[in-house]
Design a protein around this ligand. Structure first.
Ligand code: PLP
Length: 431
């Protein structure tokens, strides 16, 4: 048994200081019946807790760490940047450099605005859509997470569209009513809604590859319908690529599926592990943003030089070598293939979805195409698998509804160790 004495004590103390002992809910391990290790350091594809246990990391800080932890180039760039000051609240050349690189990678982004988190990016993109169209209502899809802004914390009834109910106390009914939710991948329901109410819709926001009900790719025709219906009704199509950006494909899910949104939200990787995100798209939309236009959005630390430095260096690492993301995707495939074989050998039915360097293992004999199907998976089997993997030194996201991430540092040895641990973990599930 791995020792967790120090982490257990730290968690007990933290619970008196922070709600649930954490600064973001899923870190509390609520769904997997154990307590979280407290982390001391991370390097490459590994992460080490305060008891001295080192794990192979498939959380990657929930996505940003595509170049691996403490990449020497990122560390050096940050050290140098810090000596020049940590924040100026004034324009820098670095911001333009990052904007240029993002535009090169994402040709649909003609102008962009840096913000501090994915939540700010989606919230601001929606404001642009509402400000530009003069409409209030938005459509989001059940199981998609776009951060914790009020209008996006809504996931109302299933099936036909319903006017949303607040998901969280504190979200007003009026706010929730402007958010219409539909099942992910339900092209028919979407078409029906747009045919009836399309001219009232300001924006359709979607994770083009869902990552927040586990990894669930779009079915053929779904993104195409979002594009054609929004164009036909003058609504803005927002791709939230905060998670799948640079992962489904270096150039995003929009390049992989060949669908061009009006606005794109980026986060995680764009900050290279520091707090940075961005939203951007068509120039005529972005030029509505203050001070070029009337739609207000601002930030004291937006475009922070340290965050931009980490993001820029990370993007350089993954673009300078044109095969970088292709290799991480290939390693992810190797791992997913091995996991399928191991699960089958143990007689455990699973559905494994991969999109680039993201993947999820769902404990179900069926398919997972939407939130209802993700919800129907065997959560207890997942908890058993999770605990066995952790004990074997494999650090996974502690929920069936989260996605695993690989980095360029996950080499063959890491994959082999993970697969050997998975064999035993699936056997534990089968018991
Ligand atoms: N959008 C997506 C797709 C996300 O996965 C997340 C966070 O996981 C967000 C938005 C919110 O980003 P942040 O946590 O940086 O506010």
């Amino acid at each position: 048994m791995l020792a967790h004495t120090k982490s257990e004590a730290a968690f007990t103390a933290a619970q008196t200081l922070m709600p649930g002992g954490v600064n973001s809910p899923v870190r509390s391990y609520g769904r997997v019946h154990c307590n979280p290790p407290f982390i001391a350091s991370a390097k490459g594809c590994t992460i080490t807790d305060i008891d001295g246990n080192t794990y192979i990391d498939y959380v990657g800080s929930w996505g940003p760490m595509i170049a691996g932890h403490a990449h020497p180039r990122v560390v050096k760039a940050l050290q140098e940047a810090a000596t020049r000051g940590t924040s100026y609240g004034a324009p820098t050349l670095l911001e333009s450099e990052l904007a240029n690189l993002v535009k090169e990678i994402y040709p649909s982004i003609e102008r962009l605005r840096m913000v501090n988190s994915g939540t700010e990016a989606t919230m601001s993109a929606l404001r642009v859509a509402r400000g530009f169209t003069g409409r209030d209502k938005i459509i989001k899809f059940q199981g998609c997470y776009h951060g914790h802004a009020d209008s996006l914390l809504v996931s109302a009834g299933s099936g036909a569209a319903t006017f949303g109910q607040p998901d969280s106390p504190g979200v007003t009914r009026a706010t929730a009513e402007d958010t219409i939710t539909l099942p992910y991948n339900d092209t028919k329901a979407f078409n029906r809604l747009m045919d009836g109410f399309g001219n009232d819709i300001a924006a359709v926001i979607v994770e083009p590859v869902a990552g927040n009900m586990g990894c669930v790719p779009p079915v053929p025709g779904f993104l195409e319908a979002l594009r054609s219906q929004t164009a036909a009704h003058g609504a803005i199509l927002i791709f939230d690529e905060v998670m799948c950006g640079f992962r489904t494909d270096l150039h995003g899910a929009q390049a992989y599926y060949g669908i061009t949104p009006d606005l794109t939200c980026l986060g995680k990787i764009i900050g290279g592990g520091l707090p940075a995100a961005a939203y951007g798209g068509k120039a005529y939309l972005m030029d509505c943003v203050s001070p070029a236009g009337p739609i207000y959005q601002a930030g004291t630390l937006s475009g922070n030089p340290l965050a931009v430095t980490a993001g820029l260096e990370t993007l350089r690492i993954i673009t300078e070598d044109p095969d970088y993301t292709v290799r991480v995707t290939a390693q992810t495939k190797k791992l997913c293939d091995g996991l399928r074989t191991a699960a089958a050998a143990a007689g455990v039915p699973v559905c494994i979805h991969q999109s680039g360097s993201m993947f999820s293992v769902f404990f179900t004999p069926g398919e997972v195409r939407d939130f209802a199907m993700a919800n129907a998976c065997d959560q207890e089997a997942f908890a058993t698998y999770f605990q066995a993997m952790l004990e074997a030194g494999i650090y996974l996201p502690p929920s069936q509804f989260e996605t695993c991430f690989l980095s360029g540092e996950h080499d063959d040895q890491a994959i082999e160790i993970t697969l050997s641990a998975a064999k035993n973990a699936f056997a534990a599930v089968a018991k």
